[in-house]
Write a protein that binds this ligand. Structure first.
Ligand code: HEM
Length: 149
């Protein structure tokens, strides 16, 4: 994608939704504040992210959401690889998404919240599927025969 067309796309989405860096930062901080305090999700975060690692983590997550919500291309990480090793399943993703929806509705105007929620649903679904595949809870079509089951 040429830099110009990306900048145009970003400007269009920003104008339509009202999303900017300040709103992303506010949402992300509010969400991780709640997620860290959550009985199901909190221990998973605490086991991987030490207290003094949270600020850089929040900054990477802000870049991620800038890329996802505004298509700025700021984020260059590999979320799937970071999540496949986590002790999480569908229940964790349901909780994550419920908390994200609740926080987005609390913190953002409705059009922006809808945009953040739609994107999060798609990504959560693909991460959950990736983890299930990784854990062998789901296999690609034909794979079961190949394995002789
Ligand atoms: C089951 C719910 C989830 C849990 C418990 C969880 C937990 C974590 C943890 C512990 C890390 C740090 C991994 C590490 O650096 O070793 C991480 C990274 C990350 N998570 Fe999640 N996550 C969940 C779902 C999601 C979802 C649904 C999204 C996106 C919509 C997301 C976005 C990210 C991103 C972008 C990073 C990587 C940041 C980087 O590049 O360092 N997570 N997550």
């Amino acid at each position: 994608m040429s830099p110009k067309s990306r900048a145009q796309l970003t400007a269009e989405v920003a104008q339509r939704t009202g999303i900017d860096d300040t709103m992303i930062d506010k949402l992300v901080r509010a969400f991780y504040g709640r997620a860290r305090a959550d009985a199901l999700l909190g221990p998973v975060f605490a086991s991987r992210i030490a207290d003094d690692e949270w600020e850089p983590h929040i900054e990477r997550i802000n870049a991620f959401w800038s890329s996802v919500a505004l298509m700025t291309g700021q984020y260059h990480g590999r979320p799937m690889q970071l999540h496949v090793g986590l002790p999480v399943d569908g229940e964790h993703f349901d909780r994550w998404l419920a908390l994200w929806i609740e926080t987005a509705r609390d913190v953002c105007p409705p059009v922006a919240a809808d945009h953040f929620i739609e994107k999060a649903r798609m990504i959560a679904q693909s991460l959950e599927l990736g983890i299930a595949m990784h854990n062998g809870a789901m296999v690609a079509p034909g794979e079961r025969y190949r394995r002789g089951h």
